[in-house]
Ligand binder design. Sequence first.
Ligand SMILES: Cc1cc2nc3c(=O)[nH]c(=O)nc-3n(C[C@H](O)[C@H](O)[C@H](O)COP(=O)(O)OP(=O)(O)OC[C@H]3O[C@@H](n4cnc5c(N)ncnc54)[C@H](O)[C@@H]3O)c2cc1C
Length: 510
Amino acid sequence: MAEKYDLIVIGAGNSGLMAACRASRMGLKTLVIERHNMPGGAASSFVRGRFEFEASLHEVPSFGEGNELKRIFDELGIKTDMVQTRDSYRYIVNENGKTTLDVTVPHGREKVMEFIDRECPGDHEAMEKFFMACKDMENGLNYFGNSRGNPDPAVMERDHKNFMKIMAMSSGEFFRSIGMSQKLIDILAAYWPYQGVDIERVDASRYIMMLSGYFLDGAYVPRLRSHQLSLAIAERAAELGCRFLYDTEVTGILTKKGAVSGVKVADGRVFEATAIASSAFPEVVYSKLIDNKDLVPKFELKKANARHYGFRAFSVYLGLDASPEELGIKDYTIFITNSLDTRKLYDECEYIIDDIPLLDVCCLNMAVPECSPEGTTEIVLTLSYTEDAWADVTEKNYVETKRKVANDMIDRFEKVLGIRIRDHIEEIEIASPVTFARYMYTPQGTIYGYLSDTWDGMSSRTISNGTEPTVPGLFFVGGHANSLSGYFPTYTSGNRTGFPILGYVMGGGN
Ligand SMILES: Cc1cc2nc3c(=O)[nH]c(=O)nc-3n(C[C@H](O)[C@H](O)[C@H](O)COP(=O)(O)OP(=O)(O)OC[C@H]3O[C@@H](n4cnc5c(N)ncnc54)[C@H](O)[C@@H]3O)c2cc1C
């Protein structure tokens, strides 16, 4: 007889782990099935020589005392050891070999305001308006999230007018609407790579929430890489009774009487369940996994077809045989671009090109000095693609292309920062979109789920939450789900999805 569970979670990434932990905490008999031999998905680390590299995380907000993620982790009993970075980011614009902007933005409300008064003296009031809008957006999103598609028009009119106005705007529109100068808009736009879409398209609510998270609470990294966080969540879920099956791929989702009834795994075993939480993408579930495609609502197929994938990443992990001081590295996060125009940058990131339009530099030692042996440095350089740029790379030219892009990125780093790192490379690992597709099992190697577009951003997905039913008993968690991608969204949405799952299971699958 097949083993029977209340909930089966497909995938032990951030979202699957949090959904499993919450469900187990609420007493649901839960099984997590993961293809890899360890939890984490993208939230992982790997070792090369004497270096342990962080696989994905540059930074996450909201881990400070009293902030949302910290509260959720504490409440679930998950132990964390997070370190705050010193600044929000350094932003360098270098066009045709000439640096036209070089600023370092701090965090903490007071320090941010001091920075604004110094760099953009006329923007004090606009920035105050920005912080007020952050509160409105937070309240609005909470209200809509909780109303599960049934908001009260009177409450909306009375309490969430500003939210309703801003939610329809792109970030660029919003900044202009509060009278912000173009200089400050350009500086605040530096974070656009974290959303994967230019500021004229990324919805204001998502961008505002991210900025306010980093500016008010700061950015955090785990002392022992994101792998430690993943392990901590998995261990806590296991303590709460959750079972984990690693090295096992789910190859089918089974249905009975119009609802999900279990899963089939690669070796042919079947596990029964009342509910399934999938971190596999909807199109994978609908086209490959589900056994009865007639059950998939047409709207769901249209939605999956209408969406675009978010960034596909290319990362170069470098272990250097000199300390940050010896090299002259002082910053944790540096965004280097060749233009202030985020739309132009977005378009340039469509292809593999020699000039690197966008380079994200992350030096873990600047937050966790002991992350690598004394006298060494760990740096990760990341470049992102907005389309399936690697589709035409063949087996024959793959290695050569990969090395060329990595080389161009190192060149750009050295030229813009005037820091020579090439002679100090002790370990190097290169991950292309193909690597991420293979490891994370995401279409085209997207690392950000679906693109956060103005018509399909955080507010619209939050408002439609619970109103777009899929196959009964099937719940989606992960970067492709309603709260979008990133550590904060996948942790919080995984956790939140535990509640409707409980309702569904307690209701006997209705
Ligand atoms: C290079 C890089 C840098 C990033 N930087 C940041 C950052 O600085 N800040 C930030 O907030 N976010 C960042 N992100 C994004 C963040 O890592 C992701 O949004 C988040 O980790 C995704 O979590 P998830 O649960 O959706 O899925 P994943 O991490 O993709 O996990 C899904 C899991 O499901 C498993 N799986 C899939 N299908 C099956 C199946 N059929 N059977 C069994 N198992 C299956 C996979 O093996 C995987 O382990 C970055 C990502 C990358 C790759």
